[in-house]
Design a protein around this ligand. Structure first.
Ligand SMILES: [Zn+2]
Ligand SMILES: [Zn+2]
Length: 339
């Protein structure tokens, strides 16, 4: 079968590899769509470590073509989507309802082979049947949506609160939609691109701030009567925007560090500001227990991903997708790969 194998940092090879065989508790899936995500470019560039060599691709949907003999709830022909973050269920974190920190996590497309391939083998427990109205394309967004849901869960938005989302990429646009669903009264999108600001407005942002050449903090203070927002979510993944996120919240406010900053990169903050404002600064890591809700939101069209799908790419041309992600041309949001 054809597959895109990360053989070394900055060396993704599209080649023929043996088709995998499912173990007793696994299913073989024919991949229908697999999202290309910022994490993939971080893995490609070595900003985050993969278990090299590995087939990348962690946001995939497809059809079950073979089932192991111990699989109980899936059968050949089922349309499925996969939660790539598979916890073991047996370590101390898993047993304390913190599967996100599982010590034996097997992340598809990062630590074990993923969906940039014609076929992928996945454990039954990470495989979800797709509801009838959910397309393979929309389903491929489930993981991205589930991560954004976790950030919103962590944030504990109260109806009527104000939220600033820094970053207008796919995740930022989903966060805007989820903040709206969660009942935020003021949703401020902060990003550099006018297209992304417009998109966020369509998704429910009440204010948009173009981040280039603007004093963002001053603007947010103007909008919020000099108070700052209840919540800021950093969805860029840079030191600069993490620092900015801290400065945007009011006293008693909450900051969610959600963007994927390169490992080892530092940001600075004023301890007095954290003290005086009684800030809560929280990380939001992957998607514990949020996958079923992501599927329901997508199937019910409560989250609209259609405007976020800007490119459809064949597996053999996957490097074009990586190039788009790195060059970020105007209007580009997300690409799906079709093996
Ligand atoms: Zn992803
Ligand atoms: Zn575990």
């Amino acid at each position: 079968m054809r597959a895109a194998v990360l053989e070394a940092v900055k060396n993704l090879v599209i080649k023929d590899v043996p088709q995998p065989e499912p173990k007793d508790d696994e299913v073989l899936i024919k991949v229908k769509a697999c999202g290309l995500c910022g994490t993939d470019s971080k893995l490609y560039n070595g900003d985050y470590s993969a278990n090299i060599p590995v087939i990348l691709g962690h946001e995939f949907s497809g059809e079950v073509v073979e089932v192991g003999k111990d699989v109980r709830n899936l059968k050949k022909g089922d349309r499925v989507v996969v939660d790539p973050n598979e916890s073991c269920g047996a370590c101390n974190f898993c047993r304390s309802a913190q599967s996100t920190f599982c010590q034996n996590l097997s992340a598809y497309g990062v630590l074990r082979d993923g969906g940039f391939a014609e076929f992928v083998v996945v454990g039954e427990k990470g495989t979800y049947k797709m509801p009838a109205g959910l397309s393979f394309d929309a389903a491929a967004f489930s993981e991205a949506v589930s991560c954004a849901i976790h950030a919103i869960d962590r944030a504990e938005i109260k109806v009527g609160q104000s939220v600033a989302v820094i970053g207008g990429g796919t995740q930022g646009q989903m966060l805007v939609q989820l903040a709206k669903i969660a009942g935020a009264a003021e949703i401020i999108m902060i990003t550099r691109s006018q297209e992304k600001l417009d998109l966020a407005r369509n998704f429910g942002a009440t204010q948009s701030i173009c981040a280039s050449g603007t004093d963002v903090t001053k603007k947010v203070l103007e909008i919020t009567e000099n108070q700052g927002v209840d919540l800021s979510i950093e969805a860029v993944g840079s030191s600069e925007t993490v620092e900015q996120a801290i400065g945007l919240v009011k006293r008693g406010g909450r900051v969610i560090v959600f963007g994927f900053t390169p490992e080892g990169q530092k940001a600075s903050f004023l301890p007095f500001e954290v003290l005086f404002k009684e800030l809560t600064i929280m990380g939001s890591w992957v998607n514990p227990y949020t996958f079923p809700r992501a599927i329901l939101l997508l199937a019910g069209k409560k989250i609209d991903v259609e405007p976020l799908l800007s490119e459809r790419i064949d597996l053999d041309n996957i490097m074009d997708g990586f190039k788009l992600m790195m060059d970020k041309p105007k209007g580009f949001m997300k690409a799906l790969v079709y093996p």
